[in-house]
Design a protein around this ligand. Structure first.
Ligand code: ADP
Ligand code: MG
Length: 642
């Protein structure tokens, strides 16, 4: 068969361009990525061989070999794992963009706008994070002129070679298994190093890199120099599964490398949980809470990413039942002693052992998070900023853990710029306050100055901001925390009269001031805004603004209505209740005009203008923007003439 030339998928081409030219000093990570792939290939085959033992003939066991050849300036990473056939070479290494490719290119080329990250930093990805995006293989082009992948799939006799210089195209061809050196199954990745990267041929340098990044790899890694002196028979790494080693023998660096590799992450783990459960069910878990958000945290899959092993044999990366989706930020492995090795992936989902492990893991993770929240409140807040929105999904998905999650939850609110817990909220509730008040909205900026908060501020009542999209889902189904109901300040009546105003506001609002009779005004507003509002009420939640909108008690809250409408889940937004502030000068004047024999049409005009204003404040669309502009212009004209 002839040599076939193919073009890289566009995103891959772009990525290769960036990677090859990256001014990045830690180029040695390419080796970590290739070793990680080799180890994955061994894990996959070992798993396949459970049901198809003939796939592994009697051989020396799984291993990874690294051979350097100074004369040819090549470095070859070989494994006897599952291998790839022609189609797999083509799709895995170039023509089908892997899910993370686009995100990685994006993060490499542009700074994330500050608004997108809660802390206002601009974390740009660097090349060392390549494995996180599922495109680690391409890091080999950082150091190579050409990359040749010769592979023979387990159970097949034909070997194939993929070759590329990383410049837009690659070739695939059939190769002779014997001549190519691929007598058995597996893959050789042969890199022809660029001149300036000759250092990666040196035995001591390679040894050091492997020790640093890949010591935790369970397969032995052997190093040899073609024509060189060092042809040591001992594996460079420890070659035992890291989690089987006693905690005291594992260093922080080793944990980190394992975490980076197994979790497709970067940086240090924030929490490392390494323990062995003995008793009714036996398993070892090595779990991590990352200190950074993975790029696909909010992807629609919501899959937990903890790997399942059974007695040291890798079983699967997506055992969905091992952890609930709201803990999908966790990384690591679970190695069970009780599950049958021959279990199929489908059966696995229903295995009761998995259910029991899951329960125990959830408990353990929550205990640890609770401990952290108490011992390291600041670090905990950073954790919450990263993963709180995910954890809160558990509030409606897992009623059993609801109370625990509410206890761990943190919110922004009107009292401080810091995150607060519900416990501290409840502790400082005002005498007479009977609910946990919150305001839903798109962002802190959007809710912070909402008119609906005025009366709460004036009474010193704390209001929590619920600005994560997930808040809309749980806040409608979770009723109580510590027997206190949650209540939105933008929905229903606010019964605040039994809580006194705090002293400064007492001056602003004189409770004893003669109240104008608002009834005629209310009637006039109702007729002027007929069909556009549901009702008119005198407000207890306003101090500074003349009016505001709220959803009626039995209706869906305003912000949720907008979200549902945006997603076409709601045909029409229901009409709102207009609350008026009887103490506001403008409202008082309107009230007077409504009873006197003055110009009633001027009252109508002003009332319409006020409604439009309330809509704008709320972020609701105006019924008729040009009418609004006309009215506003007219009002300004009148104001100027005066
Ligand atoms: P990831 O390892 O995150 O999947 P990579 O870019 O490192 O992403 O590898 C891409 C894919 O190429 C792998 O998922 C695997 O299917 C295939 N692959 C890479 N190296 C090997 C190998 N040594 N043996 C078998 N398959 C491999
Ligand atoms: Mg990889």
């Amino acid at each position: 068969m002839a040599v076939e030339t193919r073009a890289f998928e566009a995103e891959v081409g772009k990525l290769l361009d960036i990677v090859a030219n990256a001014l990045y000093s830690q180029k040695e990570i390419f080796l970590r990525e290739l070793i990680s792939n080799a180890a994955d290939a061994c894990d996959k085959l070992r798993h396949e061989s459970l049901t198809q033992p003939n796939l592994i003939d009697n051989d020396a066991g799984f291993q990874i070999r690294i051979a350097s050849n100074a004369k040819e300036r090549t470095l070859t990473i070989s494994d006897n794992g599952i291998g790839m056939d022609r189609e797999e070479l083509i799709s895995n290494l170039g023509t089908i963009a892997r899910s993370g490719t686009a995100s990685f290119v994006e993060q490499l080329t542009q700074a994330v706008p500050a608004a997108k990250t809660k802390k206002g930093k601009s974390p740009r990805a660097d090349v060392s994070q390549i494995g996180q995006f599922g495109v680690g293989f391409y890091s080999s082009f950082m150091v190579s002129d050409t990359v040749e992948v010769t592979s023979r799939k387990a159970g097949q006799t034909q070997a194939w070679m993929w070759r590329s210089d990383g410049k837009g195209e690659f070739t695939v061809e059939e190769v002779d298994s014997l001549l190519s050196g691929r007598e058995g199954r597996g893959t050789d990745i042969r890199l022809t190093l660029r001149k300036e990267h000759k250092e990666f041929l040196e035995d001591t340098r390679l040894r050091h890199i492997i020790k640093t990044y890949s010591d935790h790899i369970a397969q032995p890694i052997f190093l040899s120099e073609v024509g060189g002196k060092s042809n040591d028979d001992a594996a460079v790494n420890k070659a035992t599964a890291l989690w089987t080693r006693p905690k005291s023998e594992v260093t922080a660096e080793q944990y980190r490398e394992f975490f980076n590799d197994v979790g497709h992450t970067f940086g240090d783990p924030w929490v490392t949980l390494h323990f062995r459960a003995e008793g009714r069910i036996e398993y070892t878990a090595l779990l991590f809470v990352p200190s950074n958000q993975p790029f696909d945290l909010f992807s629609t899959e919501r899959k937990a990413k903890v790997k399942l092993y059974v007695r040291r044999v890798f079983i699967t990366e997506d055992c969905e039942d091992l952890l609930p989706p709201y803990l999908r930020f966790m990384r690591g492995i679970v190695d069970s002693e009780d599950i049958s090795l021959n279990i199929s992936r489908e059966m696995l989902q229903h295995d009761p052992v998995i259910g029991r492990i899951r329960k125990a893991l959830v408990k353990r993770i929550f205990t640890e998070l609770g401990r952290k929240a108490e011992k390291e409140p600041d670090a905990y807040k950073a954790f919450w900023t990263n993963f709180g929105a995910v954890l809160k999904e558990g509030l409606y998905e897992d009623p059993e853990q609801r109370e625990t999650i509410l206890g761990l939850a943190r919110f922004n609110g009107t009292f401080t710029d810091d995150l607060v817990s519900l416990n501290s909220y409840v502790e400082r509730m005002k005498p007479g306050q009977d609910a946990i008040y919150y305001i839903p909205g798109d962002s802190m900026e959007a809710v912070r100055n909402s008119p609906q908060l005025e009366g709460f501020r004036a009474r010193g009542i704390e209001v929590l901001f619920m600005t994560d999209p997930v808040d809309e889902f749980w806040s409608t189904s979770v009723e109580l925390y510590k027997e206190k109901p949650f209540r939105s300040v933008t929905r229903g009546q606010a019964e605040l009269s039994n809580i006194p105003l705090s002293s400064d506001d007492n001056e602003k609002i004189d409770e004893n001031e003669a109240q104008p009779d608002l009834a005629p005004l209310i009637e006039q507003i109702k007729s002027a805004l007929e069909g556009r509002i549901k009702d008119v009420r005198i407000s207890q939640r306003l101090t500074d603004s003349p009016v505001c909108l709220v959803a009626d008690e039995g209706d869906i809250d305003m912000h949720l209505q907008r979200i549902l409408k945006q997603h076409q889940r709601l045909d029409a937004i229901s009409t709102k209740v207009l609350e008026i502030n009887g103490k506001h000068a403008l409202v008082r004047r309107l009230a007077e005009a409504a009873v006197g024999d003055g110009d009633k049409s001027a009252v109508d005009e002003t009332v319409r203008l006020l409604l439009d204003q309330a809509c704008i404040v709320e972020g609701e669309p105006l019924a008729d923007p040009s009418e609004f502009a006309r009215r506003l212009t007219a009002a300004m004209e009148r104001g100027l003439i005066v």
